[in-house]
Design a protein around this ligand. Structure first.
Ligand SMILES: NC(=O)c1ccc[n+]([C@@H]2O[C@H](COP(=O)([O-])OP(=O)(O)OC[C@H]3O[C@@H](n4cnc5c(N)ncnc54)[C@H](O)[C@@H]3O)[C@@H](O)[C@H]2O)c1
Length: 338
């Protein structure tokens, strides 16, 4: 088996060369690391003086960890030199082609900052927010340059989870979306563009659905919190790293996703009603999903695709054999219900 290439690519012609990262908390630092690793220059700024002073050390420490794991194409000092910390917002924005906002999750703070970003930058500069839940319409709607504003929501941490949601507002231009997806592709993150704005986007809505049920199960004394984590970590999560939930439905049931919906749809509908959500899967949606998932599978028959799934999972099991997870602590002997 050949090793995948390390992070980092040669810059494409006319690609974004400099990104301004605003806010140097955990997401700002992580973005700086991912951008710098892929050859992009980063100009950071941050309002908190202590954070401003320590941020570059954090960037360097994270780069060193990644380098020690063999994940970087260039030496740490070369990548570290691509990141600068600026004392002011104006300095961070000077010469930047793209802005990645990473300040606290507060709509008023983001609204005030985007007004400044819109005022201080040329209209060709894309203004992206890392927000986890807030739609761009809530903080950019009234801006003269709103057409270049959108959400680029990373999964945390982006050097490990290499996917980001791109969420345009109704007023966001196609050019801004294209610039965001181009940049993400260049830094080796897969962009997932949502068709319309929705609070929480897709990532956190999916996560929220699971958390809602997990809290109910713990509240009702069905399972301990630690065992919820174990079921997801060793079960659902690991499977989902190879095939997502729809492909799981397609390949786990002989007869595919349509048969899965026939057999398990009524059970999930009853569970939904039990939790106050009466949203059964409609035949049209099942058909739409089945059709789309079928198109994405590599082989023409169910049996061949199941075999491919099994082989992929065996390969992953082999890669994980030597992974000693320090966070996988054994469950306590006795767990008490609430
Ligand atoms: N933490 C996550 O798992 C995660 C994942 C994806 C997206 N996000 C989003 O990323 C954003 C940042 O999250 P975080 O976890 O890094 O938060 P954080 O609290 O760790 O960092 C935010 C930083 O922004 C700074 N700041 C506040 N106002 C500022 C301003 N006007 N200019 C410059 N700096 C300013 C703060 O001092 C702080 O250091 C949030 O919108 C969050 O929802 C977070």
């Amino acid at each position: 088996m050949t090793s995948p290439p390390p992070l980092g690519t040669s810059p494409a012609p006319h690609a974004t060369e400099t990104v301004a990262v605003i806010g140097a908390g955990s997401i700002g630092i992580a973005w700086a690391v991912v951008f710098a690793s892929a050859g992009v220059h980063v100009q950071m700024t941050e309002t908190h003086e202590g954070v401003r002073e320590s941020a570059l050390d954090e960037v360097e420490a994270m780069l060193t960890e990644l380098s020690d794991a063999g994940l970087l194409a260039d030496p740490v000092d070369v990548l570290r030199a691509r990141v600068t910390m600026c004392a002011t917002l104006e300095a961070a924005l000077a010469g930047a082609d793209f802005v990645q906002e990473c300040v606290i999750e507060d709509v008023d703070v983001k609204r005030a900052l985007f007004a400044e970003l819109d005022r201080l930058t040329d209209r060709r500069v894309v203004l992206a927010s890392s927000t986890s839940t807030i739609i761009a319409s809530q903080f950019a709607e009234d801006l003269p340059g709103r057409e270049r504003c959108l959400v680029v929501h990373p999964a945390n941490p982006p050097y490990f989870l290499r996917v980001a949601e791109v969420v345009p507002a109704p007023f966001t231009s196609a050019d801004a979306v294209a610039a965001a997806t181009d940049l993400l592709t260049r830094i080796d993150l897969t962009p997932v563009v949502l068709h319309r704005e929705i609070e929480g986007f897709a990532f956190n809505r999916l996560q929220g659905a699971m958390l809602r049920e997990a809290y109910c199960l713990v509240r009702d004394g069905v399972i301990s919190p630690g065992d919820v984590d174990t079921l997801v970590r060793k079960g659902l999560g690991l499977r989902w790293s190879v095939i997502g939930p729809f492909t799981t439905s397609e390949l786990n049931t002989r007869g595919g996703l349509r048969r899965h919906a026939e057999v398990l749809g009524p059970v999930y509908a009853r569970i939904g009603v039990e939790r106050g959500t009466d949203d059964p899967w409609t035949p049209e949606t099942i058909e739409h999903v089945a059709h789309q998932i079928e198109q994405r599978l590599p082989h023409p028959t169910w049996e061949e695709n199941v075999r491919e799934r099994d082989l992929a999972m065996i390969r992953l099991a082999s890669l994980l054999r030597h992974f000693d997870n320090p966070l996988a602590t054994p469950a306590p002997a006795v767990t008490s219900p609430l």
